[in-house]
Design a protein around this ligand. Structure first.
Ligand code: NAD
Length: 364
């Protein structure tokens, strides 16, 4: 039996997790879940949003399925998700966005993968609070080194891009393209303005691209990329980009194929891997048994493939796609029939379980 750490998260996290576990079990995956706390629930019990027990469990199992965790804006603890990515050096965030039959969306032929650098960039957590002594020192330094005058009613966040992190993420993107029969890698940046940081990322991307002559290499400035994606997304294949641009573009890509309730992401490092839905904790829907479990189920599909449980992954994926294609036993965001009404989270999961059983019987 394979041990996997499970963080249901908060908000809608526990309900989509319950729905997902039901489906994973039906698919026959032999998994022993180690259920752990993180976020506000952990803060209440242990006084920290990321307790040692949770970290140690992931360190031992090396695989984590994680629901969404609420992070308050501006104040409160820093993001647990970001902390996990940094603690375990989960440097590659892989977010596929593919059109799904039965989902109403503006485009029908999207099939792209965003590979986002996950450990640095604007998420490095190097921040200077307004009025702090550290900010005063930085202001003095900037005056001396750059002749820039800043007043103390300022806050500063630094963006960090290193050669090492840029090289490994671009290499990851090309290897991913090669292994998944993808034809093109587009490097997305803003090197025309952020000449040193994004300039470095772009320079390393160009060097790495030379080692992959069979894959087309292409570059786009991030603002242009946003426009291109909403006009002709079918022209893009694998996109590799620094942290913040990747975060924004992957939500945009989710919108292209029908919304946040569908997509999942893998956070991959050299030793550890974490799988999660792209969406957040949608607090207004907490406990209503209303939201779509698909993104969390897709996170489980990616996890099963990582664990080489290909048969179980295929059953789960096929059954979920069938339920969505039929469009009857689906949640409010997917329901488009003129009559009848959508079902709740658990009823959609029950229908996926039923389809898994049918697929199993067909295979016998
Ligand atoms: P969100 O993704 O939680 O929700 C935005 C909207 O998307 C919802 O109001 C809902 O209309 C829709 N939506 C999201 N998930 C859905 C689902 N499964 N089914 C149907 N519709 C769905 O984004 P937000 O409101 O900006 O963030 C809420 C909280 O989640 C914040 O605290 C944020 O920091 C956190 N967050 C966490 C993660 C993570 O844990 N990886 C990721 C993103 C946001």
């Amino acid at each position: 039996m394979t041990k996997v750490t499970l963080i249901p998260g908060d908000g809608i996290g526990p309900e989509i997790t319950e729905a997902t576990l039901k489906c994973v079990e039906a698919a026959g995956a032999n998994i022993q879940w180690e259920k752990m706390l993180a976020g506000s629930t952990a803060l209440e019990k242990y006084g920290t949003p990321l307790p040692d027990e949770t970290v140690n469990s992931f360190r031992e199992t090396r695989v984590l399925l994680k629901g969404p965790i609420t992070t308050s804006f501006g104040t409160g603890f820093r993001s647990v998700t970001v902390a996990l990515r940094q603690t375990f050096d989960l440097y590659a965030n892989v977010r596929p966005a593919k059109s799904i039959e039965g989902v109403e969306s503006r485009f029908k032929n999207v099939n792209l993968v965003i590979i986002r650098e996950n450990t640095e960039g604007a998420y490095a957590g190097i921040e200077f609070q307004k009025g702090s002594p550290e900010l005063k020192e930085l202001i003095t330094l900037l005056k001396r080194t750059h002749n820039i005058t800043l007043d103390e009613n300022t806050a500063i966040s630094l963006k960090k891009i290193s050669v090492h992190a840029s090289q490994r993420i671009v290499k990851f993107a090309f290897d991913y393209a090669a292994q998944n029969n993808r034809k093109k890698v587009t490097c997305v940046h803003k090197a025309n303005i952020q000449k040193f940081s994004d300039g470095l990322f772009l320079e390393e991307a160009r060097k790495i691209a030379q080692s992959y002559p069979d894959i087309i290499y292409d570059e786009k400035v991030v603002d242009n990329m946003a426009m291109q994606l909403v006009m002709k997304p079918e022209e893009y294949d694998v996109i590799v980009t620094p942290n913040l641009y990747g975060d924004i573009l992957s939500d945009l890509a989710a919108g292209l194929v029908g919304g946040l309730g569908l997509l999942a992401g893998a956070n991959i490092g050299s030793e550890y891997a974490m799988f999660e839905p792209v969406h957040g904790s949608a607090p207004k829907y907490t406990g209503l048994n209303k939201v779509n479990p698909t993104a969390m189920i897709n996170a489980a599909v990616m996890m099963l493939k990582h664990l080489k449980m290909f048969h179980e992954a295929e059953l789960l994926e096929k059954a979920t796609l069938k339920v969505i294609r039929e469009g009857v036993q689906v949640t409010y965001d997917l329901y488009k029939k003129p009559v009848g009404s959508p079902v709740g989270t658990m009823a959609m999961a029950d229908e996926i379980v039923r389809q898994i059983e049918l697929l199993k019987n067909e295979g016998e």
